[in-house]
Design a protein around this ligand. Structure first.
Ligand SMILES: Nc1ncnc2c1ncn2[C@@H]1O[C@H](COP(=O)(O)OP(=O)(O)O)[C@@H](O)[C@H]1O
Ligand SMILES: [Mg+2]
Length: 151
């Protein structure tokens, strides 16, 4: 809006100037060269003004971004570490699900129920099932995008 108003003001100003100047040329108060000079002066003046307008816009945009950034930083994550976390110890490369029951927050049906799954290091396991059965959910739990309710 700022740029639009700026440009509209400039265009109407230049038009008014040109009309007045051509009248002055007609009655001999100005020469044709004067019109050219007036126009170049206007153009030289307007560029820094446009630049200022752009700077102002970038500046306000950045302030809005900073506000968003701070509001994200102060957000409380839904996955929180326990007060006394258990150390992992040396990683064995095993993946184990021990009686894991999980439902998505706000859902009233368990997506995984008493899941028992042990994968040894280096072992290849295929998880097969129809769409929506919970295959991807297993990976979301491994990545700890969610915490299980049980297990
Ligand atoms: N982010 C989510 N929020 C709520 N329900 C979900 C979400 N993601 C998946 N679900 C539901 O959980 C079930 C299992 O989904 P998903 O693990 O993606 O299945 P699959 O990968 O086996 O096709 C589906 O019924 C699906 O609608
Ligand atoms: Mg999937």
């Amino acid at each position: 809006m700022l740029n639009t108003i700026q440009r509209a003001l400039f265009a109407s100003g230049l038009t008014a100037n040109l009309i007045l100047a051509s009248k002055s040329v007609k009655n001999g108060a100005m020469t044709a060269g004067d019109i050219i000079m007036m126009q170049s002066l206007m153009l030289q003046l307007i560029n820094p003004l446009f630049f200022l307008g752009m700077m102002y816009r970038t500046f306000t945009d950045s302030i809005i971004d900073i506000k968003l950034l701070y509001s994200m930083l102060s957000k409380q994550p839904t996955i929180i570490d326990p007060v006394n976390p258990v150390a992992c110890g040396q990683l064995s490369g095993k993946i184990g699900f021990n009686n894991v029951t999980f439902r998505y927050p706000g859902h009233n049906q368990d997506t995984l129920k008493n899941l028992q799954l042990n994968i040894d290091a280096g072992e290849f396991v295929a998880i097969v099932g129809p769409s929506g059965v919970g295959k991807s959910t297993i990976f979301k739990l491994i990545y700890r995008l969610y915490d299980p309710q049980e297990g």
